[in-house]
Design a protein around this ligand. Structure first.
Ligand SMILES: Cc1ncc(COP(=O)(O)O)c(C=O)c1O
Length: 424
């Protein structure tokens, strides 16, 4: 197998053989599959297999792989120059488009990743409020900036790492953590420490403990508590931005955060991130204000070209209802297949996102997510892979239906799931 050979070579020169931990298949066992190309909903592997992809590069590929207009934009931009380290016209258009599509964003700064967007948002919140503490939620993942590697989700969760080595005790102590979907816990914390808290940061719909949906009124409750206590509210929409409509989830539900972090979709599959929000906060950033942030490749013209085309296609084609309908059919089919097979399964779904939790559910927070049987998940993952379906290789992650998935893809998924679950 070519993938196994590549992984053996990789392990000698790349820590763990991977450039991001969850890719290592440690949580499902076996050898990572090496991807060589992708078109629409399909990827081909170094072993010559064709798989239907529900990982979608962990979210950016909402239009599927190699959407021609996006590829053409990348090609054309690269021919003009891959980087200038100077101002370029398209970054202005991109910022204008984000501000148009997300009214709570009056100004936006482009960065290179979701992690950088969060890092910048936290520094801005501290600079603006003059306070030092941040409140995050158990199992939410906000990238790998030091202060967010406390009770983090995604790869840290599946690996059982509650925090990371290399993060100083002083940095960890700046982060408070309470359970998601529990407003009382937030109110209690603000009662004791409210004057020190610069910001609440939250994934408004959580992707990183598996898919967990906010309870009715939860996000509005966070907004009210933050406002009452002079803290900022940061929505980390690196996954949810432009995933559920051509805007942010905050805008969809009418809850206005002070700052929003974006990434993934806005780069059309190229590396990008963005932080945006109220003008008086954003104007604290250098060179206007005293909060420093910079980047050699920030606003990279190739990434911006890809993202601009992606956002304009999403705005024009509005594929969201179709993705939701397909995702609901997939989730219903999976749930029914589990029932027939006698397997405990709760398939969370929201828009085009889903997570099959191998437990009875419902899953409203990290404690409930942890009821999932990760061994059953691993068996399911491999059963599906054998049948030609690629899912995120870990239980506590969201999977994605893209605009490129067809009805036939969904039918295949359900048939494959029936077979995989029966043989578990
Ligand atoms: C909600 C959320 N925030 C931040 C990040 C970090 O983004 P990046 O991996 O681009 O640094 C991620 C990554 O998956 C994420 O899901």
């Amino acid at each position: 197998m070519e993938s196994a050979k590549l992984f053996d070579r990789a392990k000698k020169v790349i820590p763990g053989g991977v450039n991001s931990p969850v890719r290592a298949f440690n949580y499902v066992g076996g050898t990572p599959v090496y991807m060589v190309s992708g078109t629409g909903s399909k990827v081909t592997t170094a072993d010559g297999a064709t798989l239907t992809d529900y990982c979608g590069s962990w979210g950016p590929l909402i239009l599927g792989h190699s959407r021609p207009e996006v590829v053409e934009a990348i090609r054309a931009a690269a021919l003009e120059g891959t980087s200038f380290g100077a101002c370029t016209p398209r970054e202005v258009t991109m910022a204008e488009l984000i501000c148009e599509l997300v009214p709570s964003i009056e100004m936006v700064r482009l960065v290179n990743s979701g992690t950088e967007a969060v890092m910048t948002a936290l520094r801005l919140a501290r600079g603006y409020t003059g306070r030092s503490k941040i409140l995050k939620f158990d199992g939410c993942y906000h990238g790998h900036t030091d202060s967010m590697l406390v009770s983090a989700g995604s790869g840290l969760l599946t690996g059982g790492i509650s925090s990371s080595a290399g993060v100083s005790a002083g940095t960890s102590a700046e982060t408070f953590v309470v359970p998601y979907n529990d407003l009382n816990a937030v109110a209690a914390l603000f009662k004791s420490h409210g004057k020190d808290i610069a910001a609440i940061i939250v994934e408004p719909v959580v992707g990183n403990m598996g898919l967990v949906v906010p309870a009715d009124g939860y996000l509005k409750g966070l907004r009210d508590i933050a406002t009452k206590n002079g803290a900022l509210l940061i929505f980390d929409e690196v996954i949810t931005g432009f995933r559920l409509a051509s805007t942010t989830y905050g805008n969809i539900i009418g809850v206005t955060p002070d700052l929003t972090c974006l990434g993934k979709i806005i780069g059309g599959g190229m590396p990008i991130g963005a932080v945006g929000g109220k003008g008086d906060i954003m104007r604290q950033l250098a060179p206007l204000g005293k909060v420093y942030q910079a980047g050699t490749l920030s606003g990279n013209p190739v990434a911006v070209a890809a993202g601009l085309v992606m956002l304009n296609i999403l705005k024009k084609e509005n594929p969201y209802a179709g993705m939701t309908e397909k995702c609901n059919r997939l989730a219903d089919g999976l749930q029914a297949a589990a029932k027939t097979a006698g397997v405990s399964l709760c398939c969370s779904r929201f828009g085009g996102m889903f997570t099959p939790f191998f437990c009875t559910g419902p899953v409203n927070n990290l404690a409930e997510a942890k009821h999932a049987d990760t061994k059953a998940h691993a068996a399911f993952f491999h059963g599906m892979l054998k049948a030609g379906v690629y899912l995120p290789p870990a239980q506590f992650e969201a999977a994605f239906v893209s605009a490129a998935h067809s009805d036939a893809d969904i039918d295949d998924f359900i048939k494959s799931a029936q077979a995989a679950l029966i043989s578990q």
